[in-house]
Structures are given as structure tokens and as C-alpha cells.
Design a protein around this ligand. Structure first.
Ligand code: AOF
Ligand code: ZN
Length: 365
């Protein structure tokens, strides 16, 4: 087995924490001595032991002289748990192979320095790209304190998210829809606009055993959300935050919503629409590190204009709806010239069942 094999195993281990570690990163660790794995672990849940300490807890023999492969720089601070560097030094591990750097200002290179000062050999940036792919959410949130926003939509090959009558069930097949359920588990929040709520009366939860449902965030400037809709009726079960802009005519409605367990936050912009940048700041302060944005087209357009979107995931179904008035993923008034487009960088293309998913990072205007 090579260094690469061991790091790949650490990456696989890290992935087992998907959806449970937020707002902490996914991290995996493997301890190797004389060509044998003698311990492995991953970060299971925010607030619980880190990957390195879980790997140490699983040791089948002394780790003296061993190598630890860890997907993220070991921490050196007292957070919810004691520093992993201390445990590594205590165990007399002699070599640490690290994938990602930790941009957390409390760690950021200090973990590596501490290990080196203890006479440990440290290999940095090992399979860094592969390891970095585990934690785009953590890297964004720890440095900006605002959520990582993934705009997700399903459209036909001719770019429609509904037929001319507004019908949209279903565009993609079962496999793609199951993947979306997993995305709802993966990200802490889910955000939709009032248009989607009024049109579809959605639940925005996860219906899969063993996965968790996201915090529901609705953008509803005029607080039009129906009290007898699925979202409000289930607010006792799933945390629900409604962002609105009109504070003058909505007091009675707000009171009713609070009684039913819905939280509200007023963040108006100068046009009396929800100020999405301010909303992201608020949600970041609430500890929400990631949001799956499930549009519709008007909210998607506002989100892109506000510059709050980091990633786009387009599910494309091999079918055509046609119709010049059929809705598309991004509405609004659009740009004038191709040179004014929101620029994306494609990072993945895959087939899921009969559909295709394209993943892109937003590079900006
Ligand atoms: C994790 N899991 O396996 C590693 C982390 O509050 P704490 O004690 O959980 O510390 C969280 C920070 O520790 C986190 O922001 C990151 O910088 C560092 N490393 N965190 O949750 C792990 N190795
Ligand atoms: Zn740690």
C-alpha cells in the first residue's frame, strides 16, 4: 500500500460524516505502522471527537513510530474538544501526512508548526485537491461567516423548469430526485421563494430514513405565506425561518406565525425586497454554514445579482417542453451582452439514472 492508498481511505472515512459534521468539516484519519493500518477514524458529528482522536481511540497497538494520514491539518486549539496535535505528540507518532490546509484562523499553519516543533516529520498538501473537495462549505464558512449557497434546479434539455401550464412534476427521474434528497441532508438550510410556496405548497424536507431535514428558509417580502400550508403546519417539527421586508402591515400575521413556531427576520433592501446579503449574514450568525437554494427563477436571479451563490448544480432531463412562456431557471430581466454573463467554472459532469448533472463553481461577473 502507498501513501496515496492510505489517504484515499482517509477520504472515504471522512465522507461518512457527510451531513452530520456541519458547521465543522468532514475529516478522516488513518494510522499506519510497519505497513499495517492500526487505527482509523473520522469526525462523526459537530461537537464530538475529531478524526485524529477517533483514530487514536481505535488503536489496536501502540502508535509509537507510526504515520498518521489526515485529510485536514490537525487542530491545535481548545474548541469544543482538546487539540489533536497534543494527542498526536503524546502517542509518539513520528510522521503526519496532511491533505488540506485549515483556513480556520485558530489553526491555519499553527497545527503544522506545533507538530514540527515536537520533532515530527510533516508532509503538507498531500493529495490536497482531492481532500479540498470534501470541504468547500467549511472553507467558505470559516473565512466569510456566511453560508455556502448551492443553486440547484432541474430543467429539460431546452432549459425549462415547468411546462406552459406551470406543471413541473416531474422533470427528472427517480435517481436524480433521490440525489436531491441527499443534498437536502448534506446542506444545513434549504431556501425557496414565496412564488414556489404558493404554487407548489412544498414541504422542503427529507423523506429518506436515516437522513436529516434542513432548516427551511423562505424569502417572502410581503409575508404572504399561507397559515394553512404545509410549511407553516410543520414548523413545530422542522425549524423554519421566514425573511420578509414589509414590517408595516404584517404585525398580526407575524404574531400568528410565531405562535405556530415559525421564526421571522426582517431584512429589507431599499426597494422593500428581502436583502439577501444581509439575510446571509444573519443566517451565518445563526450557525448555518450552507444553503441549498431551490429557486424558482425570480429568487435565483436575485441571489445571483446579490452575489451570494457559490455553486450551481443543474439537473438536466433528456426531454423538451417548448413554449416561449414556460419558466426557466433564472428569470429577472437578464444581461444585455454575453460578456456580462455570470461566469461559471465546470467542476463535474455525471449521469444520474437517465438524467445529467452539471456542477459549476461561480467565478463572478
Ligand atoms: C473537526 N473535525 O476532525 C478536525 C477539525 O470546536 P471543535 O473543537 O470541534 O473544533 C473545530 C475546528 O477544529 C474546526 O473549525 C477545524 O478548524 C478544526 N479541525 N474539526 O470538526 C476534525 N480535524
Ligand atoms: Zn482536532
Amino acid at each position: 500500500m502507498t501513501d496515496q492508498n492510505y489517504m484515499l481511505q482517509a477520504i472515504q472515512l471522512a465522507k461518512q460524516g457527510e451531513g452530520w459534521t456541519n458547521p465543522n468539516p468532514m475529516v478522516g484519519a488513518v494510522i499506519v505502522k510497519n505497513g499495517r493500518i492500526i487505527g482509523k477514524g473520522y469526525h462523526k458529528k459537530c461537537g464530538e471527537l475529531h478524526a485524529e482522536r477517533n483514530a487514536i481511540a481505535s488503536l489496536t497497538e501502540s502508535a509509537e513510530g507510526a504515520t498518521i494520514y489526515v485529510t485536514l491539518e490537525p487542530c491545535c486549539h481548545y474548541g469544543k474538544t482538546p487539540p489533536c496535535t497534543e494527542a498526536i505528540i503524546e502517542q509518539k507518532i513520528k510522521r503526519v501526512v496532511i491533505g488540506s490546509r485549515d483556513p480556520n484562523p485558530k489553526v491555519s499553519g499553527k497545527g503544522i508548526k506545533m507538530l514540527q516543533e515536537a520533532g515530527i516529520e510533516v508532509i503538507e498538501d498531500f493529495m490536497r485537491e482531492e481532500c479540498d473537495r470534501l470541504n468547500p462549505v467549511f472553507f467558505h464558512y470559516i473565512t466569510t461567516k456566511t453560508p455556502y449557497v448551492v443553486m440547484k434546479y432541474a430543467m429539460t434539455l431546452d432549459g425549462k423548469i415547468a411546462t406552459k401550464t406551470g406543471a413541473s412534476k416531474w422533470i427528472t427521474g427517480e435517481a436524480a430526485r433521490a440525489e436531491v434528497q441527499h443534498m437536502r441532508h448534506r446542506y444545513m438550510g434549504i431556501m425557496a421563494g414565496i412564488g414556489t410556496v404558493l404554487a407548489d405548497d412544498p414541504m422542503l424536507n427529507v423523506r429518506m430514513e436515516g437522513w436529516k431535514s434542513p432548516i427551511r428558509i423562505l424569502c417572502d417580502s410581503g409575508l404572504r405565506i399561507p397559515l394553512d400550508g404545509q410549511i407553516v403546519k410543520s414548523a413545530g417539527k422542522y425549524r423554519t425561518i421566514v425573511a420578509y421586508a414589509d414590517s408595516e402591515n404584517t404585525e398580526a400575521k407575524r404574531k400568528r406565525l410565531h405562535e405556530m413556531g415559525v421564526e421571522t427576520i426582517c431584512c429589507p433592501d431599499k426597494n422593500n425586497q428581502v436583502d439577501l446579503k444581509k439575510l446571509m449574514k444573519y443566517l451565518g450568525e445563526e450557525g448555518i454554514d450552507s444553503i441549498l437554494l431551490e429557486g424558482g427563477g425570480t429568487l435565483n436571479d436575485s441571489a445571483l445579482r446579490a452575489g451570494i451563490v457559490q455553486e450551481v448544480q443543474a439537473f438536466i432531463a433528456p426531454k423538451l417542453f417548448g413554449g416561449m412562456n414556460s419558466k426557466t431557471p433564472v428569470e429577472g430581466i437578464g444581461v444585455r451582452f454575453p460578456s456580462e454573463a455570470v461566469k461559471l467554472k465546470c467542476t463535474d459532469i455525471c449521469q444520474i439514472g437517465e438524467d445529467i448533472r452539471i456542477t459549476c463553481q461561480v467565478c463572478g461577473k
